[in-house]
Design a protein around this ligand. Structure first.
Ligand code: SF4
Ligand code: SF4
Length: 302
C-alpha cells in the first residue's frame, strides 16, 4: 500500500473546521494552483527547503554531505539537485534550521499517539482532526485507515479536499468523514485549467454527488483579485452553490494574500504573482452580496 509523506502536523488549528483541531497535511496534489500557499504540498516526494535568512554560513552542511552535493558560496551554501539524494544529513546538522526536509512517513499508530495528546483540546472546543494537503484523497487506503482509527476513538473528522478524485473513492471516504472542507475555486473550466492545471468538471460533479449523499460540507472559496473576484465569477459560483441538493451550506471566503512567495523561495523557485492580487473590500462585499441574494450566508476567513 502506498503511504503518503506528511509535510506538517499543525496543533491548535482554528481555521480548519469546528473547534480546536489537529491538522495533518499529506504531500501530493493533482492540482497546481497558481496561488498555492503550501507549494511543498504539490510534489508527493520529499523535498529540501532552504531559508537563506536563517543561514549563518557555518558550512556544517557542506562538510557532512556524503555525496558532495553542496558547495559554499560567498553568501550561502548551494545544493546540486543532480547529486543530492535527499538523505537529510545536512538538515540534521544545520544549527539554525535553515535547511529542513519536507515530508516524512508516519505509521497510523504514530499519528494516533499525536492525536491522542490533543484530546483535551478537542473535548473543550468540540474540535477534532482535519486531514488536509496536498490532496488527501490521492492516498485513499491510508486516509481511510486514519479516518477509521479516529472514528473508533470518537474523534470528529474533517477532510479538506479539492474534490479532484474518483467519485467511488470520494463516496467511500464520505462514510468515515464527519465534515468535508470542499475547495471551490471557479466555475469557468477554461479559467480553472489556466490557474490550477486541471479541468473542474470532475470537481463540480463530485461536489454535486457529495451534496446528494447528504454529507456535511463547508465550501471554501479562495477570492483572488485578477482571477475570480469579478462579478461574473462570483455570480457563477453562487448560482452553483445555491443549486446544490440539500440547500444552504456554510460558505467560507478566503481572501488571497501573497504569503506563498517565501515558501517558493525556500524550494528554490520563484513565485510569479502575475495578475493575482488581494481582493479589494468592494470585491469581497460583492462576493458576499452574490451569495446573500441567493439566500446564502458567507463567512470571510476560516
Ligand atoms: S540531503 Fe543529503 S545528499 Fe542532499 S545535500 Fe543534504 S546531505 Fe547532501
Ligand atoms: S549548516 Fe545551516 S547555517 Fe550552516 S551553512 Fe549550512 S545552511 Fe547555513
Amino acid at each position: 500500500m502506498q503511504q503518503p509523506l506528511i509535510f506538517d502536523i499543525k496543533r491548535y488549528a482554528i481555521n480548519d473546521g469546528p473547534g480546536i483541531r489537529l491538522t495533518i497535511f499529506f504531500k501530493g496534489c493533482p492540482l497546481s494552483c497558481a496561488w498555492c500557499h503550501n507549494p511543498e504540498s504539490i510534489s508527493a516526494k520529499q523535498q529540501k527547503l532552504f531559508t537563506k535568512s536563517k543561514c549563518i554560513g557555518c558550512g556544517e552542511c557542506v562538510k557532512v554531505c556524503p555525496l558532495g552535493a553542496m558547495t559554499m558560496t560567498a553568501v550561502s551554501p548551494v545544493t546540486d539537485p543532480l547529486k543530492c539524494q535527499l538523505c537529510g544529513e545536512c538538515a540534521e546538522v544545520c544549527p539554525t534550521r535553515a535547511i529542513e526536509m519536507s515530508g516524512r512517513h508516519y505509521q497510523i499508530a504514530e499519528l494516533m499517539e499525536i492525536v491522542e495528546k490533543e484530546r483535551p483540546f478537542f473535548a473543550q472546543s468540540e474540535g477534532g482532526v482535519t486531514i488536509s494537503g496536498g490532496e488527501p484523497l490521492l492516498h485513499p487506503d491510508y486516509l481511510l485507515r486514519l479516518l477509521r482509527a479516529c472514528g473508533e476513538q470518537h474523534i470528529h473528522r474533517a477532510v479538506d479536499t479539492s474534490g479532484f478524485c474518483s467519485p467511488e473513492i470520494l463516496l467511500e471516504v464520505a462514510k468515515h468523514t464527519d465534515l468535508f472542507l470542499y475547495d471551490l475555486k471557479m466555475i469557468d473550466d477554461g479559467l480553472h485549467r489556466r490557474f490550477t492545471g486541471v479541468s473542474n468538471r470532475r470537481i463540480l460533479d463530485n461536489l454535486q454527488l457529495l451534496a446528494v449523499s447528504g454529507a456535511q460540507i463547508t465550501l471554501r472559496i479562495p477570492v483572488i483579485g485578477g482571477v475570480n473576484a469579478d462579478a461574473g465569477s462570483a455570480s457563477a459560483i453562487a448560482d452553483f452553490v445555491a443549486g446544490l441538493e440539500g440547500g444552504a451550506r456554510d460558505v467560507h471566503l478566503l481572501p488571497y494574500h501573497g504569503v506563498a512567495a517565501g515558501k517558493h523561495l525556500k524550494l528554490g523557485g520563484q513565485y510569479d504573482e502575475g495578475l493575482m492580487r488581494e481582493p479589494s473590500t468592494e470585491e469581497l462585499k460583492r462576493f458576499g452580496s452574490c451569495f446573500a441574494a441567493r439566500g446564502l450566508g458567507v463567512v470571510v476567513g476560516g
